[in-house]
Design a protein around this ligand. Sequence first.
Ligand code: HEC
Length: 143
Amino acid sequence: MKKMVYLLAIISLITVLSLTACGGGSERLSQSGENNTGVVQAAEAPATVGDSAAGQKLFASTCSACHGPAGEGLPGLGKDMTTSEFIAGKSDDELVAFIKVGRDPSDPLNTTGVAMPPKGGNPALSEEDLYHLVAYMRTIHKQ
Ligand code: HEC
């Protein structure tokens, strides 16, 4: 009879130990799940994105005089934006940086001999405005 009690005690001890081990295992699993979620959230951090409708208004007032009302370019003035490989190949950040400085005729990358003035000649354009303009340029660009 005493042996039976020992046996029961040992069995229940084993059961408790294995339950604890399982518990520990699932805890580790849920922890790594949380870590994964954290990584995904970091990758989805919002980038600066402009508003193309606001960009269209800015474009009409500042850029269309040279680049045409729909960005199709004007002879002897601004280049066609709708087919520009330069625009297609640049990130939003790079295009904003480009518009800030423009492209002087002395720039080896200048293809027309005509100046693209810094900010299209409108120094009042803010950083946010430039992102709106880039968003608009993306909408008129034909791939
Ligand atoms: C005074 C005329 C003028 C105005 C105003 C102007 N641009 Fe330009 N822009 C040019 C010219 C000229 C070029 C081409 C320069 C060259 O020969 O490479 C150009 C080129 C560009 C390019 C590069 C295109 C390419 O394919 O290389 C971008 C982008 C651009 N302009 C954006 C703008 C934006 C945005 C505005 C308004 C904020 C603006 N421009 C206003 C004259 C102008």
